[in-house]
Design a binder for this molecule. Structure first.
Ligand code: 5GP
Ligand code: MN
Length: 360
C-alpha cells in the first residue's frame, strides 16, 4: 500500500467543505513565490474540475516568470482567475464577500496578507489552511492541514488531492486522476521551494516527483521556464551584488547582501530578479547564515537562509518582524535607514548568538 501524507479522514473533511461550496477564494501570501502560486493554481484547477468557481487572490507582486502557471502555457487560460490584491482591492473584496469558502495556502497567520487580512476576517465563511510552516495562528482558521516535515505547500496539496481523488474514485467507480495543469503547478511549486531539490527534500518529495513524471509532466520544460528564462539584467545584477555588495563576516559565519532602491533603478529591477540569490553565499565553505536586504518604498524586506544548525526563523521573528522555516525565513523592518542595515544585521546577529558557536 502506498503511503499518503494526508489521511482519508482529513481528505474527507476537505471534500465535505467543497461539496457545500459554490464559490471559493484561494489566498496566497504577500509577494507570492513559486510554491504559493503553484499550490493555489493546482487547487484552482482541482476546484474548477469539480464545477466550483474559484479565484486566487495574492497581495504584492507576482513575479513575471511564474505567470505561466495561470496562462495558456499551463493548459488553459486562467489569467483572470489570478487577482492581484494591490491592483484590484475592491474586486478582491467583492470576491471574498461572494465566496462561501476561503482557503489560505503557504502561510499560516492572517497578518502575512497585509491589508487583505481585514477583508478575510470580516467574511463569515469558513477559512481553511493548507501550509507547511511551523507555528500556525490557530485562531485564524476553522480547519488546519499543516505538515512541516514536507518540502512545500505544493507537496502537501499534492498528497491532499491524491487522497481526495482516491475517495472520489471509490465513491463514483470512475478513476479520478491529477490533471496536467494541476501536475505542472504542483511540480513547479515543489521544485522552486526546494530550490531545485537542494533543501527540504524528503522521501515523500521524490515519491511525488516520480508520480508526476510518470503522469507525463515535462520537468525539463518547467526547469526551462523557471531557471533558464531570466532577463540579462538578473545575471548582471547578481554579478554586481556578489561582487560589490556582499559582506562576509567569518567570525559570525555570516554573509549579507544589500540592494538599495537606487541600485534597483540602475538595473531596471523587477520582482523575481533576485529570486534565490540569498542562497548563493551559503556556497562559501564557512558561511552558515546568509541575509539579503531589499530596500522598499516604506520598508526593507529581508530574506534569511542557513545551513547547518542555525535557525533563522526565530532570528527573523526577534529582529525583523518575520518568521518562516528553520533554514529559510524572512521579514521586514521599517525604522533602520537602509545605509545602516548591513551593520544592523551583523550587530543583531552578534547579539543573538552571543557566545554560541555556530557549527555545521
Ligand atoms: P523568502 O526569503 O523567500 O521571501 O521567504 C522565506 C521564507 O520565510 C518563506 O517560507 C516565507 O513564508 C517566510 N517569510 C518571508 N517573509 C516573512 C514575513 O514577513 N513573516 C513571516 N512570518 N514569514 C515570512
Ligand atoms: Mn512554501
Amino acid at each position: 500500500m502506498e503511503l499518503n501524507l494526508v489521511s482519508k479522514s482529513s481528505a474527507e473533511k476537505f471534500l465535505r467543505y467543497f461539496q457545500g461550496a459554490g464559490r471559493v477564494v484561494l489566498v496566497g501570501h504577500a509577494n507570492p513565490d513559486g510554491d504559493c502560486l503553484g499550490c493555489t493554481s493546482a487547487m484552482l484547477h482541482y476546484l474548477e474540475d469539480m464545477g466550483i468557481a474559484a479565484n486566487v487572490i495574492v497581495p504584492g507582486k507576482v513575479p513575471e516568470f511564474l505567470r505561466f502557471l495561470f496562462s495558456e502555457r499551463n493548459g488553459v487560460h486562467k489569467e483572470d482567475a489570478l487577482v492581484e490584491f494591490d491592483k484590484r482591492p475592491e474586486y478582491s473584496a467583492e470576491l471574498v464577500q461572494k465566496a462561501d469558502l476561503i482557503i489560505c495556502m503557504d502561510f499560516n497567520a492572517l497578518h502575512r496578507v497585509d491589508d487583505l487580512a481585514g477583508i478575510l476576517q470580516s467574511a463569515s465563511v469558513p477559512r481553511l489552511l493548507i501550509d507547511h510552516h511551523p507555528h500556525p495562528q490557530e485562531q485564524d482558521f476553522n480547519h488546519i492541514l499543516l505538515e512541516t516535515e514536507i518540502s512545500s505547500a505544493s507537496e502537501l496539496t499534492f498528497w491532499l488531492i491524491r487522497s481526495m481523488n482516491e475517495l472520489t474514485t471509490i465513491a463514483s467507480g470512475k478513476k479520478k486522476e491529477i490533471s496536467m495543469p494541476q501536475a505542472v503547478s504542483l511540480y513547479t511549486g515543489m521544485m522552486t521551494d526546494t530550490n531545485n531539490f537542494d533543501n527540504s527534500v524528503f522521501p515523500s518529495t521524490h515519491r511525488m516527483a516520480a508520480y508526476l513524471l510518470e503522469l507525463g509532466v515535462n520537468s525539463e520544460a518547467i526547469q526551462w521556464a523557471v531557471f533558464n528564462s531570466y532577463r540579462e539584467n538578473r545575471i548582471r545584477l547578481i554579478g554586481y551584488l556578489t561582487g560589490s555588495n556582499m559582506k562576509v563576516d567569518y567570525r559570525l559565519k555570516a554573509a549579507c547582501l544589500t540592494l538599495s532602491r537606487e541600485q534597483q533603478e540602475n538595473f531596471d529591477f523587477k520582482d523575481g530578479d533576485t529570486e534565490g540569490v540569498v542562497n548563493m553565499p551559503l556556497a562559501i565553505k564557512d558561511v552558515m547564515i546568509s541575509a539579503f536586504f531589499t530596500e522598499g518604498k516604506t520598508m526593507t524586506r529581508v530574506s534569511l537562509r542557513a545551513k547547518g544548525n542555525f535557525v533563522v526563523n526565530a532570528f527573523a521573528a526577534k529582529y525583523f518582524n518575520g518568521g518562516g522555516h528553520p533554514r529559510a525565513a524572512g521579514g521586514r523592518i521599517q525604522d533602520i535607514p537602509f545605509k545602516d542595515i548591513e551593520a544592523y544585521f551583523f550587530k543583531c546577529l552578534a547579539e543573538y548568538i552571543g557566545e554560541m558557536v555556530i557549527d555545521n
